[in-house]
Design a protein around this ligand. Structure first.
Ligand SMILES: Nc1ncnc2c1ncn2[C@@H]1O[C@H](COP(=O)(O)OP(=O)(O)O)[C@@H](O)[C@H]1O
Ligand SMILES: [Mg+2]
Length: 355
C-alpha cells in the first residue's frame, strides 16, 4: 500500500458526564486507544494527523480541507457519553468526498435502532431472539404472549448502557416495572426479548469485499454468583470495582467445535452484510435452549482497543495490531465510490475537488 495521509478523527467531547460516578475511565481509555491507532498507522509508514472533534462540524470541514487527507480513519463514537449519532459524522465525511474507514452512515444509524436492525435480520432469514418486541407505551405489554425469562433493553442504547441485574425479568410485574423505568429514565422505547441462557460468542470480522471471520471469543460467566444474571451489563463492561466486572471473563480463542464455529461465522458475515456493515465489525451471538446460535446484535465500528475485543481476536489469528489497521484501511478503498464526488450544498465544501 502506498504511503497515505490519514486523518484520524475522534470524538473529544469532554463535558459529558458518565452514567455512573465510579466510571471515569471512558475518556482516558479513548485517548489511549487513539494514540495506539496513530502509532500503529505510523508503523505502517502512513502520515497521521489526529483531529479531535469537539466543536461543530464546520470546524472539521475546515481542518479536512486544509489537510486534504487520502482517507479519514473514523473513530467518532460516543464512548464518552453525550455525543449521539455517529451516522451524522460518517455521512458528513463522505459528503465532503473522503474515503472513510469502517461502516457507512446507514449501518451506523441502524446500530442505534436495535429493533429495526433485528427486524431486518429476521427479514433476511437470520435467527434473532424469540419474542423480540418494541414497547413504546406500557399498554403494548398486554398485546404480546411472552415466554419468560425476558431481557429488557433501552432500545437505542449500546455498550451495556441501561443493562443491570434487574434487566432480566421472570414475571409480568417485573417486566412492567423495568419497561416503565426504561421509558421514564432513558426516554426511549424498551426492547424486550426472550432471554437466552446459552453460551455467548463475540465474532470479529475484518474486510471489505471479502470478509474474514476471526477466531471466536466466548464470554465466560462461570465465576459469576448465581444470583447475578449472566449478561454483559453496564457494570460487567465498565465498572471495574463491581462483582460483574471482576467475575466476567473472555476466552479467546473460544473452545468450540469446528462445525459450530463455521456456522456462527457464516451467520455473522450474513448479519454484518444485511445491515450494510463494512471494513470491520463484531457480531454478538448466543446459543438458545436447543444449542442453536441466535444473533443478539451487529456492532459496526466496534472498539479498536489493542489487546481486547476485535484486536485480541485478530491476534489469535496471527494478525498483529498494525496489520489489523492495514486491513481496515484497505477496506476503506474497496467501498462503493458512488457517494463520492457528488455535488453538495455546503459552503466551501470543495475539499473533494480534483481528487
Ligand atoms: N436475548 C438475550 N438473551 C440473553 N442475553 C442477552 C440477550 N440480549 C442481550 N443479552 C446480553 O446482554 C448483553 C448486551 O446486549 P446487546 O444486545 O449486545 O447490547 P449492547 O449494545 O449493550 O452490547 C449481551 O452481550 C448479552 O450478554
Ligand atoms: Mg453487545
Amino acid at each position: 500500500m502506498k504511503k497515505l495521509r490519514v486523518a484520524l478523527v475522534y470524538n473529544a467531547y469532554t463535558d459529558a458526564q458518565p452514567d455512573d460516578k465510579s466510571d471515569t475511565g471512558g475518556l482516558r481509555d479513548l485517548r489511549q486507544m487513539i494514540r495506539a491507532i496513530a502509532r500503529g498507522l505510523r508503523r505502517l509508514r502512513h502520515e497521521v494527523v489526529v483531529l479531535p472533534l469537539a466543536g461543530d462540524l464546520s470546524v472539521l470541514q475546515r481542518k479536512l480541507s486544509r489537510l486534504r487527507p487520502d482517507v479519514v480513519f473514523n473513530q467518532y463514537d460516543d464512548v464518552v457519553h453525550g455525543a449521539l449519532y455517529e451516522m451524522r459524522v460518517a455521512a458528513f465525511i463522505r459528503m465532503l468526498g473522503y474515503p472513510m474507514t469502517g461502516s457507512p452512515a446507514l449501518a451506523l444509524g441502524l446500530s442505534r435502532y436495535k429493533h429495526m436492525s433485528l427486524s431486518l435480520l429476521k427479514g433476511a432469514g437470520l435467527p434473532i431472539p424469540p419474542s423480540t418486541a418494541l414497547i413504546e407505551r406500557l399498554s403494548d405489554i398486554d398485546e404480546h404472549k411472552w415466554s419468560f425469562p425476558l431481557i429488557v433493553h433501552a432500545a437505542h442504547e449500546h455498550a451495556g448502557i441501561g443493562l443491570a441485574r434487574d434487566s432480566v425479568v421472570g414475571t409480568k410485574t417485573a417486566l412492567r416495572e423495568k419497561a416503565r423505568e426504561v421509558l421514564r429514565v432513558y426516554k426511549q422505547p424498551a426492547l424486550v426479548q426472550h432471554f437466552l441462557k446459552g453460551r455467548e460468542f463475540n465474532v470479529g470480522l475484518v474486510g471489505g469485499r471479502r470478509v474474514q471471520v476471526l477466531p471466536l471469543a466466548e464470554v465466560d460467566y462461570s465465576r459469576l454468583p448465581r444470583k447475578i444474571p449472566p449478561i454483559m451489563s453496564y457494570a460487567a463492561k465498565w465498572i471495574e470495582t463491581s462483582i460483574e466486572y471482576k467475575r466476567t471473563g473472555v476466552v479467546c480463542p473460544a473452545r468450540v467445535d469446528a462445525e459450530m464455529a463455521a456456522l456462527v461465522g457464516r451467520l455473522s458475515v450474513k448479519a454484518f452484510r444485511a445491515v450494510g456493515g463494512w471494513g470491520y465489525g463484531r457480531v454478538d451471538i448466543r446459543l438458545d435452549e436447543a444449542g442453536q446460535p441466535v444473533i443478539l446484535e451487529v456492532n459496526c465500528n466496534p472498539c479498536l482497543d489493542s489487546g481486547m475485543g476485535l484486536a485480541r481476536a485478530a491476534e489469535a489469528a496471527g494478525i498483529g495490531y498494525p496489520q489489523l489497521l492495514r486491513s481496515i484501511l484497505k477496506a476503506a478503498f474497496e467501498g462503493p465510490p458512488y457517494d463520492l464526488r457528488l455535488p453538495i450544498f455546503i459552503p466551501n465544501a470543495n475539499a473533494a475537488k480534483g481528487r
